[in-house]
Design a protein around this ligand. Structure first.
Ligand SMILES: Cc1cc2nc3c(=O)[nH]c(=O)nc-3n(C[C@H](O)[C@H](O)[C@H](O)COP(=O)(O)O)c2cc1C
Length: 250
């Protein structure tokens, strides 16, 4: 059975609430789900000044743990139109995983929260995509998979990039029924995709991981795979010979 990690940062619990409903959607399809939050980078005095409530009772993720999952759903409360420094700090700690291609071929999706309707829900998701691209992780968009995304009669967070909520500047608005329904659909659709890949025997944990040209050399350092090295040497030699044949100046 595929395993999905929901990994989030949530200062005022709006993203956490969405995460719980995404979990419900994932579990409705029978996949294994684990909830994690990223480490906080602000100290207690700052958090107090920001009127932050106690953190959700959810374990803290470590980079190495990511290897265990087939897919991730990242919960991103917007900061100036992009995802917060706490998420960046965690993602920046995945360099060792990148160097071994450990996350290549896995799947990821995004969900988010902003204070206002126009505060950057889509830019927040889009700016996270560079991490997936560099790791070779498959980004799973949501599309317009839930009809509430077409509803213009009231404020409805979310977009083709995932579920979303609109929290108000003071955090007073809680995720609406429609936003929670969208979150459940995202979880359920993400699970269905992973189950499809599992049926086709191509889910990442069962694949041979040869997608990265770099491997670990045993001392924790990255080195280029020998077969890639010898291929590169051959191409260099061929191109040298080719240049010699075509050179008119000698
Ligand atoms: C420093 C800072 C920057 C923020 N920038 C934005 C922003 O660009 N757009 C927006 O709509 N909301 C912005 N917000 C509001 C947060 O996105 C909002 O508090 C968050 O989505 C609530 O989610 P949470 O309860 O899970 O923390 C900002 C909040 C802080 C503290």
């Amino acid at each position: 059975m595929p395993k999905v990690f929901i990994i989030f940062y949530s200062l005022y619990h709006h993203v956490y609430t969405l995460a719980q409903h995404i979990q419900k959607g994932l579990e409705s399809q029978g996949v294994e789900v684990e909830l994690y939050q990223v480490p906080e980078t602000l100290d207690d005095a700052i958090l107090e000044k920001m009127h932050a409530p106690a953190k959700p009772d959810v374990p803290i993720i470590t980079a190495d743990k990511l290897k265990e999952a087939d897919g991730f759903l990242l919960g991103l409360p917007t900061r100036f139109g992009i995802f917060p420094a706490q998420i960046k700090s965690f993602l920046d700690s995945t360099g060792g995983l990148w160097s071994t291609g450990a996350l290549a071929g896995k799947f990821a999706g995004t969900f988010f929260s902003t204070a206002s309707q126009h505060g950057g829900q889509e830019t927040t998701a889009m700016t996270a995509i560079t991490y997936f691209a560099h790791h070779g992780i498959n980004y799973v968009p949501f599309g317009f998979a839930n009809p509430h995304l077409f509803d213009n009669t009231e404020v409805v967070g979310g977009s083709p990039y995932g579920a979303g909520t609109v929290a108000n500047g003071d955090g007073s608005r809680q995720p609406s029924e429609k936003e929670l329904d969208i979150a459940e659909t995202q979880g359920s659709n993400f699970a269905k995709l992973l189950l499809t890949f599992e049926k086709g025997q191509s889910i990442v944990t069962k694949q041979e991981k040869k997608t990265s040209p770099v491997t670990e050399n045993g001392n924790g350092q990255a080195s280029v795979q020998p077969e890639i090295k010898s291929k590169a040497k051959k191409v260099r030699e061929e191109s040298k010979a080719d240049k010699k044949n075509k050179c008119f100046c000698m």
